[in-house]
Design a protein around this ligand. Structure first.
Ligand SMILES: Nc1ncnc2c1ncn2[C@@H]1O[C@H](COP(=O)(O)OP(=O)(O)OP(=O)(O)O)[C@@H](O)[C@H]1O
Length: 260
């Protein structure tokens, strides 16, 4: 039986090498990385500052390209894609959450979450229903009209999580999403991402310095000096709830299969 999108690895890296050129000096960052990111799991990339976590996430998120080696995301080798194809692929399959939230300051929480759906030209009724569900899922139904400046850091990150899920990506990439939050709020955001990952059956790839996040992860990838030093994979507990869908139970499409 051929693998369906739901059980296909969300990303596979083979022999990936990536460096930067700084003041005429080549700085190697990732050195021959082989990695498989399992679908519908919460995966944490742990490593000290400068170990290459952001570089790795940027390659899997199709924001950057390797110097050599192969990056396959959602079953597609992204190497041959041109920049426009890569941008289209990214918007279709991947959601992003950033340390600094990256919300548009002049838009309300509602409008920030709706924005990717507007760009993707979803019909108005579908957009409204999905924004409503997402605001509820992140516990911000009563903050729909607030702009980012009127929200706390934790609330901004909740909006960013909702926005990342707006187009039903297969993969959400979060680069140190708790780094600007106090430890209690950071733990709440971590729990929220964990519950959204389970609820919608998508994959989360999350980077952190903080070993305390290991408890929340299914898979933990330890990166040091641009090399994967260890991968710990936890087997799924029995009786996991079936994934929900943002457009309601009637729509049974897999995330990423019907992003529009
Ligand atoms: N655009 C760039 N140009 C030059 N060097 C870069 C660039 N981006 C990253 N680097 C260097 O690559 C190395 C790895 O950086 P990266 O941001 O991937 O690490 P990180 O593990 O995410 O670190 P941190 O935890 O501090 O965010 C660092 O030495 C960094 O200075």
């Amino acid at each position: 039986m051929s693998p369906t999108p739901a059980d296909q690895p969300v990303a596979v890296l083979s022999g990936v090498v990536k460096g930067y050129r700084l003041d005429d000096v080549d700085v190697p960052v990732l050195k021959n990385v082989d990695l498989l990111v399992r679908p519908a799991q919460f995966t944490v990339v742990l490593g000290p500052s400068g170990s290459g976590k952001t570089t790795l996430l940027n390659l899997i998120g199709c924001i950057d390209r390797p110097d050599s080696g192969q990056v396959v995301v959602a079953g597609q080798d992204v190497g041959p894609m041109n920049d426009d194809e890569l941008a289209e692929f990214r918007s279709r399959h991947i959601g992003f959450i950033f340390q600094n939230y990256n919300l548009l300051p002049v838009l309300s929480a509602w409008e920030n979450i709706e924005y990717p759906m507007l760009l993707a030209q979803l019909p108005a009724a579908r957009r409204a229903e999905r924004v409503r569900r997402l605001l509820k899922a992140v516990g911000l139904s009563d903050r729909a009209n607030n702009r980012p400046g009127q929200l706390s850091g934790g609330q901004r990150q909740r909006v960013a999580i909702a926005r990342a899920l707006a187009l039903k990506p297969r993969l959400v990439i979060a680069d140190e999403p708790t780094a600007n939050l106090d430890s209690r709020t950071g733990a709440e955001i971590l729990q929220l991402m964990r519950s959204m990952q389970r609820r919608y059956g998508i994959s989360f790839l999350f980077s952190s310095h903080d070993r305390a996040v290991i408890g929340a992860a299914d898979d933990t990838i330890y990166l040091k000096d641009g090399e994967i030093r260890a991968i710990r994979r936890r087997s799924a507990p029995p009786g996991e709830e079936p994934a929900a869908d943002l457009d309601g139970a009637a729509d049974s499409a897999q995330p990423g299969e019907d992003a529009r």
